[in-house]
Design a protein around this ligand. Structure first.
Ligand SMILES: [Zn+2]
Length: 313
């Protein structure tokens, strides 16, 4: 760990925000662009200077970025995604009618879609989404959890937890601000009661599509059948299965306190997990983190144990 200034809020992190147009990406309607040429995108915010023609989405991306940077800095002394103060790069209006946001692990930026304007609007409206993607960036620079299978679900659960902490509403609902009022879907996931949000499940053998509820407990996980390639099987249900662990984090917050949960999760995520961590390895590491921070047999670690046992982790 490095030494950091105590008052994180006083540190002014550097950010750059670009706007994507046709010239800087290969985009297909509704999909993540297959290629982004960042240097050809229009740079609208640089060194705290905002161009007067910057869109509202761009300004929101910058504001959301500040919240994510300040949270990790003030809460954990962690500066930027890499903990070493790297500038935050964001790209707005990515793709064409694209709903959502993502972290680009190669070019290291957060990209926001403008939405399809049927059920979704611009993703910059959702601070929890910014926090989620920023956390993917922190994971990328630390444990480097794989994005598929159980490692993928672990990463998604951590990204959801810290995304919600950065948003700071205490609603445990992910992405609610991205949906238009008439949309049949009202949010992406909820960690308080994952069952409240359904998803379309395609049976891998019969091909039949049904509606299923997000898992709340390890016993409800969907089976992961490799190979889990991008674009197929929704990365082996990495997002769907994440809610079993995400709900565990919700229960932990109630049982041992949000502050303690944040401490333990940050320690586990940045120092103990590795790219191929599965749920079993994660279970060992989160217990180890608790022992490091709060001592074996403490009330906190006993509370943690209780929740993990109930949840099957
Ligand atoms: Zn994610």
């Amino acid at each position: 760990m490095q030494a950091f200034a105590q008052n994180g809020d006083s540190i002014d992190h550097s950010q750059e925000v670009y706007e994507a147009g046709w010239g800087c990406q290969r985009a297909v309607n509704g999909k993540v662009p297959s290629e982004v040429y960042l240097h050809r995108c229009q740079r609208m915010i640089h060194a705290h200077q905002i161009r007067p023609d910057a869109t509202e989405s761009t300004i929101r991306a910058h504001e959301n970025g500040k919240l994510a940077l300040r949270y990790f800095q003030s809460r954990f002394g962690w500066s930027g995604m890499d903990g070493k103060g790297m500038p935050l790069v964001s790209v707005t209006h990515i793709g064409h009618n694209y709903s959502g946001a993502y972290f680009d692990p190669t070019l290291l930026f957060i990209a926001y879609g403008s939405g399809d304007e049927v059920s979704t609007t611009d993703a910059t409206w959702a601070i929890d989404i910014t926090g989620h993607e920023f956390t993917h960036g922190v994971i990328h620079h630390t444990s480097q959890l794989a994005i598929h299978g159980e490692a993928g679900s672990i990463g998604e659960a951590y990204a959801d937890f810290f995304g919600l902490r950065i948003e700071g509403k205490g609603d445990w609902i992910i992405g609610e601000n991205m949906y238009l009022p008439d949309s049949p879907v009202s949010a992406i996931r909820t960690l308080k009661n994952p069952h409240l949000i359904s998803f379309r499940y395609k049976n891998p053998i019969t091909g039949v599509i049904t509606t299923r509820k997000h898992p709340k407990n390890r016993s409800e996980l969907l089976p992961v059948r490799p190979p889990c390639l991008m674009g197929t099987n929704f990365n082996c249900y990495a997002h769907v299965n994440s809610t079993a662990l995400g709900h565990t984090f919700y229960l932990l917050s109630n049982q041992i306190g949000t502050y303690q949960t944040e401490e333990i999760l940050f320690y586990t995520m940045t120092r103990l997990l590795r790219s191929d961590s599965d749920f079993n390895h994660h279970g060992e590491m989160i217990r180890l983190a608790c022992e490091h921070l709060y001592k074996k047999g403490s009330k906190t670690c006993e509370g943690l144990e209780e929740v993990l046992q109930t949840q099957g982790f």
